[in-house]
Design a protein around this ligand. Structure first.
Ligand code: AP5
Ligand code: MG
Length: 198
């Protein structure tokens, strides 16, 4: 199995790049943000719990997020591995992911790929998307800046944890989408393929 943590601040291109990676390596994407939005749209109990945090650009509490992730990982799949997009976002989630991948998939995180994009470009991208996305958290610059603030306060330290394990790789997230994908492919292809295939 190949299990990728796709990491980076809000708007760095995690979702965009995940689309290319799932096709190239036959992976299943789990985006916690997409799962929350799906639940909000369907007015589920989980959606109700998450909405107030998301609307302010704050992180949803760890317990809620981790339980949701476990449910998703447990679903049967033919994929050759997973892309975790937007998870983990705290040290507690990072620790939980290690256990989840071990217990439910009998595997481990292969690599943490971090997309590097400067803050002003992030704000620009998200404001632009907000013109059409209907995402409440893209709707004004204060909420967008709060998402970036949350990233530095709670999420940036996740990078340090993967660095310590020798699994952290940075890729420039500015430029043509397909060129960025090529750089990500190259990093994944450097990994020793476990049991001969992806
Ligand atoms: P989530 O949905 O994960 O949002 P995010 O990480 O804040 O940011 P995005 O998904 O908007 O950005 P992205 O990096 O995927 O970039 P994208 O490809 O879309 O989370 C939303 C909320 O849910 C959080 O704030 C939190 O409340 C909650 N949540 C989620 N996970 C959680 C967790 N684990 N714990 C607690 N709470 C959690 O691209 C962005 C834009 O840029 C797009 O318009 C795209 O077209 C454009 N773009 C992409 N690449 C390029 C490029 N190379 N050049 C130009 N434009 C580009
Ligand atoms: Mg996303």
């Amino acid at each position: 199995m190949i299990n990728i943590v796709l990491f980076g601040p809000p708007g760095s291109g995690k979702g965009t790049q995940a689309q290319n990676l799932i096709t190239k390596f036959n992976l299943k994407q789990i985006s916690t943000g997409d799962l929350f939005r799906f639940n909000i749209k369907n007015d589920t109990e989980l959606g109700k719990q998450a909405k107030s945090y998301i609307d302010k650009g704050e992180l949803v509490p760890d317990k809620v997020t981790i339980d949701m992730l476990i449910d998703e990982v447990k679903k049967p799949t033919d994929a050759a591995g997973f892309i975790f997009d937007g998870f983990p976002r705290t040290a507690e989630q990072t620790e939980a992911l290690e256990t989840i991948v071990k217990e439910h998939l009998n595997s481990e995180i292969s690599i943490c790929l971090a997309l590097i994009v400067e803050d002003e470009i992030l704000v620009e991208r998200l404001l632009k998307r907000g013109e059409t996305s209907g995402r409440t958290d893209d709707s004004n610059v204060e909420i967008i800046r709060n998402r970036i603030k949350e990233y530095y306060a709670k999420t940036a330290e996740v990078a340090e944890l993967y660095k310590r394990q020798g699994k952290y790789v940075e890729v420039n997230g500015v430029g043509e989408i397909n060129e960025i994908s090529e750089k990500l492919y190259a990093e994944i292809e450097k990994l020793a393929p476990p049991k001969g295939k992806y």
